[in-house]
Write a protein that binds this ligand. Sequence first.
Ligand SMILES: Cc1ncc(COP(=O)(O)O)c(C=O)c1O
Length: 464
Amino acid sequence: MTQLPNSLAARDIAHVLHPYTNLVKHEKAGPLLIERGKGIYVYDDQGREYIEALAGLWCAGLGFEEPALVDAAIEQMRKLPFYHSFGHKSAPVVIELAEKLKGLSPVPVSKVFFVNSGSEANDTQMKFIWYYNNAIGRPKKKTILSRQRGYHGVTIASASLTGLPANHRAFDLPIAGVKHVDCPHYYRNALPGESEAEFTARLASNLEEFIQREGPETVAAFFAEPVMGAGGVIVPPEGYFPAIQAVLKRHDILSVSDEVICGFGRTGNVWGAQTLDYQPDMISCAKQLSSAYLPIAACMISEPLYEAIRDQSGTIGTFGHGFTYGGHPVSAAVALRTLQLYEERKIYDHVAMVSPRFQARLKRLADHPLVGEARGIGLIGAVELVADKASRRNFDPAKAVGATCAAFSQEEGLIHRALAGDALAFCPPMIITEAEIDEMFDRFERALAKTEAWISREGLRNAA
Ligand SMILES: Cc1ncc(COP(=O)(O)O)c(C=O)c1O
C-alpha cells in the first residue's frame, strides 16, 4: 500500500517500532489504525468495523467501551494519581485489591505482589523461587522447567521460560538454568495408537526421567499455563496436571500456574487451574485482571514461600526487588472495579452459558477440508490448518497460510491471530453474546473459503 507522506500510516512507519511484527513487511504494508471501540467491536480510521476475536491480546474481557472502568480510573486519578509500595508505604486501593485476589484464589495464598505485565510477573516468580531456595538452604535447587510451546513473556527470564523458537532465535536465549519439557498436545505429539491416558502417562514418566537426569536436588520449579495460549491454544488431556503434579511433589518442586490468559473466567471458571485440576504454589495473573484497560499484573504466593522470603529480607536488610509502577493506584482501582464488574454482571456465569455455543461453532469447523484440529475450552479456541487432513501434514511455513487466512479474516471484518503452526486463535471479549459468536464464526467461515480458494490457486497443498 502506498502511504501519503504525511499520513498517520507514513508517520507510523517513520517513527514506531512494532512488537511482534515483520518489520520489513511493515515498511510496505503500514499499520491498521484502530481509532475506537464498542463492545466486542473496534473501528479503523476508515470507519470499518471489526469483531475483535482475540479481545485485543487475549485481554479486554469487558470489551472496548466500559464506562465504569473509565470512571474508576478518573476517580482514583483525582484522589491519588500515583503512589508506590516501597519502604513500608501502601495505598488503600492496593490493599483492597490484594484482599480481593486472595479471596478469589483457588489455592491458599499468603501475599500478593503487584507488577505491570505478565512478563514481569513470571520474571518475579523466578526471582522469588531462587530467593526462597537460597533462604531455606537449598542453593543448588535452581533449575526452572517450562514446556515447549509454552508462553510466559518476553523479558530475558520470561522469554527463556517461553518455549517458542521466535522468542529465542537471535536473542541468545534461553538463559542457562531454564529447561523445556514436553508439550501436552495430543493431536501433534501422541504416538500412533496411543490413547489420551497413555499419552499423559508417558509425559509424566518423561518428566520423571528428565528430573532424574538433571538431579532432583537441582530442579526448583515448573511453570505452566493451564491452557497454552500463544503456543497454539493447547488444552491438555484429562488427568494431565494431576499426573504431572504427582511427579513434581515427589521431588519437592514448586509449581506456578501462569494464569495471564486463563485467569478471570476465560476457561469457564475463575481460574484455569480450577478447570484443569492444577494446584499450584504460585499464580501469575494479568490481562483480564483489569480487562487490560490499564497495565497491572500480580504474583500470588503461598505462606511457606512468603515466610522464607520474609526471613531472608530481614537478614539482608531489605527485599531488593520491586518496580516503580508495581501496584500503581490507578491500575489497582481499575482492576478492583473490573473484578467487581465480573461479579455484579455475572460474567463468569455468562461465559459458562455462551461457551457451549462458541465450542459448537468452533468444533463444527473440524469438518472443513483445511482444518486438521479445532480445539478449545470455555471461550478460547483455535483451528489448525493443515495441507493434508489424513496425514496431518502442515503447510510449508514459508507460505504463511495462517497469516494469509488472518488477513482474509480482516477483510471480512474479523481480527484474530495466526499462531505458529497455522493455528488461528479465538479468544473474544467475555461479554460476547450467542448472536455475536455466530457472527464471528460466519465471518471466519467466509475467510476460510477465501483461504481455500487461494490455496488451490497457488497449488499450496502439493508443495513439500
Ligand atoms: C500466558 C502468558 N504469560 C505471560 C504473558 C506475558 O504478558 P505480557 O505481554 O503482559 O508481558 C502472556 C502474554 O500474552 C501470556 O499469554
